[in-house]
Ligand binder design. Structure first.
Ligand SMILES: Cc1cc2nc3c(=O)[nH]c(=O)nc-3n(C[C@H](O)[C@H](O)[C@H](O)COP(=O)(O)OP(=O)(O)OC[C@H]3O[C@@H](n4cnc5c(N)ncnc54)[C@H](O)[C@@H]3O)c2cc1C
Ligand code: FES
Length: 227
């Protein structure tokens, strides 16, 4: 399966309300089992969190083009923040088989830190930061990534997280001329390219055009997408 970086559209309840499915990334794939992890944010994820073990859930997917382009890269840096860490695990797991994978994850505080052991197992080096310093290093994960890249070159950066983090890594990768792909977690409606709810600007040659994150993404080359 080629689905690292892709996502699922989940109908949280078999009812008219809430009408829209909720997009959740593929976290881990083991044989026929596809795992996802989510944070309760509002009504939809709250309902989903109350579904019982053994219940069938209506899931559409895998959706999107997904697929971080890690093949052939020997030194990889992965940057994640908050709920953006989830789609990076399957990538790290696969890339770590043939490459040096350094992972930088940023969280708001100690309580928000997730999957430390899991990411440790699929990385050469794992750096965790918290905004308030309540766990591991205080500060932003991207600053530690930059410090390491100043000492040792990387072939590619892959990132997913809050928009300010993605803007910062896009700018840094362009300055340093490092290939970089980012996964956008825009708000979505349909998830299949019909509602225009997830439009994003991309450079297509001389032109700037709009495309759909749900169909063309959510993974984009950072130098192509305008965020
Ligand atoms: C491609 C993609 C992959 C995603 N993967 C994951 C994942 O693996 N795990 C996970 O926990 N979440 C993920 N999300 C975010 C998740 O879809 C939203 O948190 C969820 O749809 C919120 O639904 P809700 O009904 O609970 O909240 P709502 O009632 O719709 O909103 C509650 C609050 O959450 C905010 N919110 C809603 N959608 C988003 C979003 N996309 N990003 C940030 N804030 C949002 C709203 O602004 C509002 O403040 C992903 C989003 C996308 C687009
Ligand atoms: S979510 Fe409807 S077009 Fe992308």
């Amino acid at each position: 399966m080629q689905n690292h970086g892709q996502f699922l559209e989940i109908r949280v309840k078999d009812a008219i309300e809430p009408l829209l499915r909720r997009p959740i990334s593929i976290y881990n794939i083991e044989g026929d089992i596809v795992e996802f992890i989510f944070q309760v944010k509002g009504k939809g994820t709250e309902i989903l969190s109350n579904r019982e073990v053994g219940e069938y859930i209506d899931i559409l997917g895998p959706l999107g083009q997904g697929s971080f382009n890690y093949e052939g890269k020997k030194n990889i840096a992965i940057l994640g923040g908050g709920i953006g860490v989830f789609p990076l695990y399957e990538l790290a797991k696969r890339a770590n088989k043939n490459a040096n994978v350094n992972i930088y994850l940023g969280f708001r505080n100690k309580d928000a830190v997730v999957l430390e052991d899991e990411f440790n197992k699929v990385s050469s080096k794992l750096v965790i930061t918290t905004d308030d310093g309540s766990y591991k290093q205080k500060g932003f994960a991207i600053d530690l990534l930059k410090q390491d890249i100043e000492k040792e070159n990387v072939d590619a950066i892959f990132a997913c997280g809050p928009l300010p983090m993605l803007k910062a890594v896009k700018q840094y990768a362009e300055e340093k001329k490092i290939p970089c792909q980012i996964s956008l977690e825009e708000r979505m409606g349909c998830g299949i390219g019909v509602c225009l709810g997830c439009a994003v600007k991309v450079n297509a040659g001389e032109q700037t055009v709009y495309t759909h994150v749900c169909k063309a993404g959510p993974v984009f080359d950072s130098n192509v997408v305008e965020i």
